[in-house]
Ligand binder design. Structure first.
Ligand code: C2O
Ligand code: CU
Length: 463
């Protein structure tokens, strides 16, 4: 069966990654494909007013009333949805972290056509990995993501241990002014540095939300940093917790949570052991920067279930192919600041500036004529990406379609799970091992969206 196959060898995993189980669908062929409708809605986010023209998604051809729905999928089971564009500009959906066929990856000009206002596009794929992922457009990203289009994905694995509760947290900021209206999405001066921060901080589109959770229970908390700029450092007050997965990939041995950096694009799965006494609170905080803040609070309810964190079994691993480092080809990737080059006009918007480059080439925008690939990769071959951050700013570098292992760094040690997004610290150099097991054009970019949009983007071509 498919499930048995998925538990099998890396070779099986590769077959899944390149698209077994995926059936192409002619547009509008299946009327029953569940709709995901991108649209405007007026929604209260800050206390001082309703924000007009927030962008969100809704399931079905219905009005959006809040944040994008959490999309639930099952590892190894087909998923499909019809993106319906009710915005006033082109859009697409990218499935961040999912190793799915290139035609489903959502990058306009590179992997699919623009989805114009009033048009639709059918996405259909089979997620090969379980874990916490997210989705967002890959067109005019600073505006579309900044105005709301970042949603969570949970890919279930039926073999996962069962927890007493599960809470999904979508962390992001908003650039809102007086009365709750959107203000300019960025300041050029900040785009050339660490990025422009929001003015209102939320989890699940609420400021400091509170959740009830069973006293003495084990709660799985799935967190994604979907903000366009902010790098979080998470800490928990009031009870112990362990990290069971990073960027959807399980830790063989869960480790206690002390402080954890979570940059745009990244996810963490925590297990919190709730306090025994009814009403006791656990606080998730951001402790990075000069003004730490509360993200969310969990309140113990009921009589204690008396669970023990030590009883948490590791999650079953995802089926990733391991790079053969003895045969791997090395690919240097230099991330630099730049100051030349006016960006080409693009249907997916331009910020009007170029501040960054990869291997000296600034991304010209999502034009019909993208630059050459950073490198051509051969299907099934192993590679080591030698990434070097030659800037004084941090860059969360994200690769589409393939996962990699962080082999070493000149600055620190990393937790072992493979990932799709590495936070590169200022002047950090690291080596990333991967198998090119997915055919197509795969974008690599900084997930500080102002950096993505002002040059720090490129792609690999796997043939
Ligand atoms: Cu969240 Cu191009 O990625
Ligand atoms: Cu960056």
């Amino acid at each position: 069966t498919r499930r048995t196959l998925l538990k099998g060898s890396a070779a099986t995993a590769t077959a899944f990654a390149v698209g077994a189980g995926f059936a192409a669908r002619a547009p509008n062929a299946a009327a029953s494909v569940p709709v995901l409708k991108a649209q405007f809605a007026d929604i209260r986010i800050a206390a001082d007013g309703i924000t007009p023209k927030v962008m969100s998604y809704a399931r079905g051809d219905t009005a959006a009333t809040g944040m994008p729905p959490v999309l639930r999928m099952t590892r190894g089971q087909p998923f499909s949805t019809r993106l319906l564009n009710a915005l006033d500009e082109p859009t697409t959906v990218h499935w961040h972290g999912l190793r799915i066929p290139n035609a489903m990856d959502g990058v306009p000009e590179l992997t699919q056509p623009y989805v114009y206002p009033g048009d639709s596009f059918d996405y259909a794929f089979t997620p090969p990995d379980a874990g916490t992922f997210w989705y967002h457009p890959h067109c005019n990203t600073l505006t579309q993501m900044g105005h709301g289009l970042t949603g969570m994905i949970v890919v279930e694995n039926p073999d996962d241990p069962v927890f007493d509760a599960e809470i999904v947290l979508n962390l992001r900021d908003w650039r809102l002014g007086a009365g709750g209206a959107f203000i300019a999405p960025f300041k050029p001066r900040d785009a050339a540095r660490g990025g422009t921060y929001g003015t209102v901080r939320t989890a699940n589109w609420q400021q400091e939300p509170r959740y009830d959770a069973p006293a003495g229970g084990l709660v799985r908390v799935r967190i994604a940093a979907t903000d366009v700029t902010r790098i979080y450092t998470l800490a928990l007050d009031g009870s112990p917790a362990t990290i069971i997965a990073l960027d959807a990939n399980p830790l063989d041995t869960p480790i206690p949570l002390d402080r954890l950096d979570l940059s745009p694009g990244q996810r963490v799965d925590l297990v919190i052991r709730m306090p025994d006494s009814e009403g006791a609170a656990v606080t998730l905080r951001n402790v990075r920067g000069s003004t730490p803040f509360t993200i969310a609070t969990f309140r113990a309810t009921g009589t204690s279930l008396k669970r023990a964190l030590g009883d948490v079994r590791p999650l079953p691993p995802n089926p990733l192919a391991e790079a053969d480092l003895s045969k791997a080809t090395r690919i240097p990737l230099d991330f630099t600041a730049t100051a030349e080059h006016a960006p080409a006009p693009s249907l997916c918007g331009t910020l009007g500036y170029t501040f960054w480059a990869i291997n000296k080439v600034p991304w010209p925008g999502d034009t019909p004529d993208p630059v050459a690939p950073l490198a051509d990769l051969k299907l099934g071959k192993s590679y080591v990406l030698q990434v070097a951050n030659r800037t004084p700013h941090a860059h969360p570098i994200h690769l589409h379609g393939m996962s990699f292992r962080i082999l070493n760094s000149n600055k620190r040690t990393f937790l072992p799970p493979p990932t799709d997004t590495i936070l590169l610290l200022p002047d950090e150099r690291a080596e990333l091992g991967l198998v090119a097991d997915n055919i197509g054009d795969w974008v690599l970019h900084c997930h500080i969206i102002e950096h993505q949009k002002t040059g720090m983007t490129g792609y690999f071509r796997t043939v």
